[in-house]
Write a protein that binds this ligand. Structure first.
Ligand code: PLP
Length: 406
């Protein structure tokens, strides 16, 4: 390890290091950062992050403020998704919320004598389910989509047997932004006494306001009978900084299956409700502060900007020769596809213009956040130019998640 250096030098080094990073502040990224376009909120995040760097949420008895904040964030989330009673916790993100829901389902199944349970998801379900199943030794049965790119309840029904514990619906799915038929999937689960998880990581903090704006929103939350758990990321459309999600259960008993208690250790009784041991406090305080600051009116105002901007993107894309929006997205997340153009080449030109569009199997992925209202025209004119550029794409598989080069 080299010798230490003054903080100012380290900061200068950091500044230089980030020069090649994506310009999210300028609205050039679409899924990795949710830019709320709100300087006051950004300032609040800076302060709260600083204030809660040292605290540890592993033990809420030492820091009751964190226990209280987590409780209040969970309560707000519960009200948003129409959950009365029940329970839940915060987690570090969508992947952990999904991990916890799959884990509680596994424990629930094992209590019923199913040693290696299975879950049924659509092909469009987030890879976090595959990851959770991989870690937890649960089988994932992935079934095809309907023509409208939504999960196919008939295909799910065909995948059921006595080992299946949990059915999954997305609200919406990440690749196409469409909401799965939650009532059909939940009733399929309910009829057989199975669990049903709604992955609202993406939509959980936006759909309630979308509905309030008068937009058509198909049933997706705890108002749907048979939905037993739900995940919703505060660090996406909740505009909190990263490390904040919630997982909720209709039955408070399910939360107990999330706990890990260990009492045979010289260090004493160890208990925790989520996967982390030492648990960062800043994301909890950050989520709490964001919700307090924005409030219902703030979330509604941001939802309006996101909706209006999404329309401008959709209309602009549809007007470009050769490009189209895939399917009929329910929200502010969509894929740009083409039947005639090399969409990889379009992506290459957009990359050269400094945009960071994620590449999917069938097109380019776009996720609208409030800041994008400022760049939509520039984006669309670059996109039109990119579509008119006649060349073959590098096909370079830019991705949403990746492992670092070694
Ligand atoms: C983002 C996302 C996840 C995973 O959340 P992370 O916070 O990235 O771990 C799961 N499901 C959907 C639909 C998502 O959009």
């Amino acid at each position: 390890m080299p010798a230490g250096r003054p903080a100012a030098d380290v900061l200068a080094e950091l500044a230089a290091m980030t020069e090649g990073d994506a310009d999210w502040r300028g609205g050039r990224t679409f899924s990795l950062v949710y830019n709320a376009d709100d300087d006051e909120l950004t300032g609040l995040h800076d302060e709260v992050g600083r204030r809660f760097l040292a605290e540890n949420a592993l033990n809420p008895f030492a820091f009751p403020s964190l226990g209280r904040m987590e409780h209040e964030v969970v309560d707000v989330a519960k009200a948003l998704v129409h959950l009365e009673g029940g329970g839940g916790t915060m987690s570090s993100g969508g992947t952990e919320s999904i991990f916890l829901a799959v884990h509680t389902a596994r424990e629930w199944a094992r209590e019923r004598g199913i040693e290696r349970p299975a879950i049924v998801t659509a092909r469009s379900a987030h890879p976090a389910f595959a990851k959770a199943c991989h870690y937890l030794d649960v089988e994932q049965r992935r079934v095809g989509l309907r023509d409208d790119l939504r999960a196919d309840p008939a295909a799910m029904a065909a995948a059921l047997d006595e080992r299946v514990a949990l059915l999954v619906a997305s609200a919406p799915c990440y690749p196409f932004g469409v909401i799965d038929p939650v009532p059909e999937i939940a009733s399929l689960a309910g009829e057989r006494g199975l669990l049903c998880h709604v992955d609202a990581c993406l939509g959980g903090w936006l759909l309630p306001f979308w509905e309030e704006l008068g937009e058509p929103v198909p049933p997706w939350d705890f108002r749907v009978e048979g939905v037993t758990s739900l995940s919703a990321d505060v660090h996406k459309y909740g505009y909190a900084f990263k490390g904040a999600s919630v997982v909720l259960y209709r039955d408070a008993e399910m939360v107990r299956r999330q706990w890990f208690l260990f009492d045979d250790w010289p260090g004493g009784l160890y208990g925790s409700a989520t996967t982390a041991g030492t648990r960062p406090a800043a994301p909890i305080a950050g989520a709490w502060a964001t919700i307090r600051h924005l409030g219902a009116d703030g979330f509604l105002a941001k939802a309006r900007v996101v909706r209006d901007t999404t329309r401008r993107f959709q209309e602009g894309i549809a007007a470009i020769d050769g490009l189209s929006v895939t399917g009929a997205p329910d929200l502010s997340v969509l894929e740009i596809g083409s039947d005639t153009l090399d969409i990889g080449a379009v992506g290459d030109v957009m990359d050269e213009c400094g945009w960071h569009l994620d590449r999917q199997q069938g097109g380019l992925h776009l996720m609208v956040s409030p800041y994008h209202a400022r760049i939509v025209d520039e984006f669309l004119s670059d996109l039109a130019r990119a579509a008119a550029t006649d060349r073959t794409g590098s096909g370079a598989g830019g991705t949403y998640g990746a492992v670092p080069p070694s």
